[in-house]
Design a binder for this molecule. Structure first.
Ligand code: PEP
Length: 251
């Protein structure tokens, strides 16, 4: 039985004060639920304050990225050690905005994923095809490449700290959601690829979130699919009540 996991990716939104207020709101609504893992991912500058705001609750904190070194001359970057020190347990790696706006490659994301896990962070690793790739019938090729390149070399012992987020790029922030059937098809395929890499038991145990315009009114239907193990939520995670409704749909 896979425990559902719902995470809010706040992206580049909210000051420290606004982040704390949002975290407190989420805590009030879902902070005592134990049947679902809940993670909120503010900007780096708000990590510590948000971690303090949710301390003692069921809510964990995550960063939105993590660099591949511990410390040194890497201007603008933040290391897993610093993220852990700020009170976060998770990081997102490979979000489509980092792949397609910042230009991060599968090779770099593999390094980031391995380093973050080695350092003791838990990772939500994002994959997903562009609209033109889906239209060209390449969805499976893209997902296979992103999973095989992005996760190669991961030791089996660290897999329990890894969650995959399937986020079709055409559904992120667009208001267009994958149908439950489209999400299930992609999740089943991703699990097959994971089984090829890590074995069937490990693949069955791994959680695969769906992300892409998840809202309170579509979450329950998506979650009804066997291989949808929770959500990575962008826009709808910026309001405590809509995020909490999505969390409750995954209970
Ligand atoms: C995301 O950024 O991970 C995301 C899924 O965004 P949204 O929910 O706004 O589509």
């Amino acid at each position: 039985m896979r425990k559902p996991i719902v995470a809010g990716n706040w992206k580049m939104n909210n000051t420290i004060r606004e982040s704390v207020a949002l975290a407190q709101g989420v805590r009030e609504l879902v902070g005592s639920l134990t049947s679902v893992d809940v993670v909120v991912c503010p900007t780096y500058v708000s990590l510590h304050a948000v971690a303090e705001a949710v301390k003692g609750s069921n809510i964990a904190v995550g960063a939105q990225d993590a660099y591949v070194k511990d410390s040194g001359a890497y201007t603008g970057e933040i290391s897993p050690r610093m993220i852990l020190d700020a009170g976060a347990a998770w990081t997102i790696i490979g979000h489509s905005e980092r792949r397609h706006i910042i230009g991060e490659t599968d090779a770099l994301l593999n390094e980031k994923c391995r380093f973050a896990l080695d350092c003791g962070l838990k990772v939500m690793f994002c994959i997903g095809e562009l609209l033109e790739e889906r239209k060209a019938g390449k969805m499976q090729d893209v997902l296979r490449r992103q999973v095989e390149e992005g996760l190669k070399g991961l030791p089996a012992a660290l897999l329990e700290n890894l969650v995959i987020a399937y986020e079709p790029v055409w559904a992120i922030g667009t208001g267009e959601t994958a149908t439950p059937e489209q999400a299930e098809e992609a999740h089943v395929f991703t699990r097959e690829v994971l089984a090829g890499m890590f074995g069937r038991d490990a693949a069955q145990a791994m959680r695969i979130q769906y992300g892409g315009s998840v809202k309170p009114d579509n979450a329950a239907e998506l979650f009804s699919k066997e291989n949808v193990d929770g959500f990575l939520v962008g826009g709808a995670s910026l309001k405590a009540d809509s995020f909490a409704a999505i969390v409750k749909a995954a209970c």
